[in-house]
Design a protein around this ligand. Structure first.
Ligand code: ATP
Ligand code: MN
Length: 489
């Protein structure tokens, strides 16, 4: 049977036309003369109101039309008598696909807490909030592919199962088919991974970057967009154990080009959401306004969601070095009053309290920090030749050509760098941090044969979705969150 999406009906079907829609009941309301059913099919945040006259529908049917039930409704589209909608569907015929026992259906037409909805993650896409988030998430994913396609990048699929233990060894999920109760052992009593499926120890990827570099040094400009796994036991509102990362990697790009790309890219995809998700963003904006009212005055945001998104799109990101940032932080009020939990000094890994101070209090806009201390960054980042100096002429170093993009409410949204393209410098650094060159001989081959300056970065997709939807917890912007002790659905 042909049917129309509610989105298409609301955005243009003519009054007087006969049509069928299919969807789930959000609410049913009965008055003396009529029954009103708000139907939603997920195509839009907006419901279609279907109306029957009192007594028109058999009691058996009427009883089954409750919140959550799935229906097909055929009828005539008419101009609405009531306020709140331009058109409504005058019910001719109702078919019930699946009733939803109101005694047992967990979603009721009232406001549920996000914590409760996380416990019923299998049903939460049927709520306004989560359907809006998922549609915005889709639009952003589409915008990512569109942006790179329009700009001459190739989508490269890097492996999900990797053997490279060069990065984040402690944070990796092992992939193995060995019997955990009785694994084969080597002579010295260790597990013998040579007998494992791949004949070596393998893990789920923490980043596609190393393979991405191989792609860039052949295709010029590539990007990855895939699942990424980190077994970090941090129960924060910004970390997932399984998340999606977008990693562009570009030959012949230096740090400045990398920054320009990151800024243009993020602005472009946010603009796409503003242009294509107006209804969902308006809904999420109102949700946030209600949520803000429950906060203390000084914690309330000065900007609404849409104002915040437009602000990011319309303003230049602030760019400064790590060394300059440390100076600002050391001279800041919270530092002087001892309000930071972690003390600031050159060489520390900035904590999110520091990043958020810079973005939310000091600059009040997105910030790109560059030229971090070499000791706190990865081995593959390009080494700076000159030491860093601050405004008082103090000298620090060594530094690398790293960049982090920091966003209000989020902290780090992007981490990237220019890559070390000099084989000697790279291998010397690897030796210093204890990485076996044999383990990534294939990576080093790019520096042996036709090396070139290149750069790239990683954007955590869920952190972007967090920002655009104005949600507060990263577990609410992915359909099925994976976090410590959380893998039910
Ligand atoms: P953080 O310091 O916030 O833990 P990171 O420096 O470990 O992040 P990178 O290795 O630079 O992260 O990864 C690139 C991007 O991936 C980050 O900027 C962030 O947007 C995202 N990201 C990193 N870890 C996670 C995670 N556990 N869950 C969701 N997104 C993440
Ligand atoms: Mn980072």
């Amino acid at each position: 049977m042909a049917y129309k999406s509610i989105k298409s009906v609301l955005s243009g079907a003519e009054a007087g036309s006969e049509l069928t829609v299919k969807g789930w009941v959000r609410t049913k309301r009965e008055s003396k003369n009529a029954i009103f059913v708000a139907l939603n099919d997920g195509s839009t945040i907006n419901n279609l109101q279907a109306v029957a006259e009192a007594g028109q529908l058999p009691d058996d049917t009427l009883r089954l039309i409750t919140t959550g039930a799935c229906l097909a409704v055929t009828g005539t589209l008419v101009e609405s008598q009531g306020s709140g909608q331009a058109v409504e569907l005058k019910i001719g015929e109702v078919h019930i696909y699946g009733p939803a026992d109101p005694e047992k259906y967990p979603l009721q037409p009232k406001r549920h807490s996000l914590e409760f909805l996380r416990e019923i993650a299998h049903l939460r896409p049927r709520t306004n909030t989560f359907s809006a988030i998922l549609r915005v998430r889709h639009a952003l994913a589409f915008a990512v592919h569109k942006y790179y396609n329009d700009n001459g990048f190739f989508y490269l699929n890097t492996p999900i199962i990797t053997a490279s233990d060069a990065e984040g060894a402690g944070e990796m999920f092992r992939v193995s088919t060995l019997d955990p109760l009785n694994p084969p052992k080597t002579e010295d009593g260790k597990i013998d991974y040579s007998q494992d499926f791949f004949g070596r120890e393998t893990n789920l990827t923490v980043s596609g970057q190393l393979e991405g570099e191989l792609g860039a040094l052949a295709l010029g400009k590539i990007y990855t967009f895939g699942p990424t796994f980190r077994a970090e036991n941090s129960n924060t509102t910004r970390h997932l154990a399984e998340f999606w990362m977008i990693e562009p990697e570009m030959a012949f790009y230096e740090l400045e080009d990398n920054m320009a790309l990151a800024e243009d890219f993020v602005k472009s995809v946010i603009r796409y959401a503003l242009d294509h998700c107006a209804d969902d963003l308006a809904f999420l904006e109102n949700r946030l306004i209600e949520e803000e009212k429950t906060k203390k005055k000084e914690e309330q945001s000065e900007l609404t969601l849409l104002e915040k998104l437009r602000f990011v799109v319309d303003n230049d990101f602030e760019r400064l070095t790590y060394t300059e940032a440390v100076e600002i932080l050391r001279n800041s009020k919270p530092a002087k009053k001892g309000q930071f939990q972690y003390e600031v000094g050159w060489g520390i890994d900035l904590q999110s309290e520091h990043e958020r101070y810079l973005v939310e209090k000091h600059f009040k806009k997105p910030v790109i920090l560059t030229n971090y201390p070499r000791a706190i960054k990865s081995f593959y980042m390009k080494q700076d030749n000159e030491p860093a100096t601050n405004s008082r002429g103090e000298v620090f170093g060594p530094t690398v050509r790293a960049m982090d993009v920091l966003f209000p409410g989020i902290g780090e949204i992007i981490g990237g760098s220019q890559r070390e393209d000099d084989l000697d410098k790279l291998t010397t650094r690897m030796a210093e941090v204890g990485i076996d060159p044999e383990a990534i001989w294939w990576y080093l081959d790019t520096r042996r044969f036709g090396t070139a300056p290149h750069a790239g970065f990683g954007l955590g997709f869920e952190r972007l979705v967090l920002f655009v939807t104005g949600m507060g917890n990263i577990r609410d912007v992915i359909p099925f969150p994976r976090a410590p002790k959380q893998a039910e659905f």
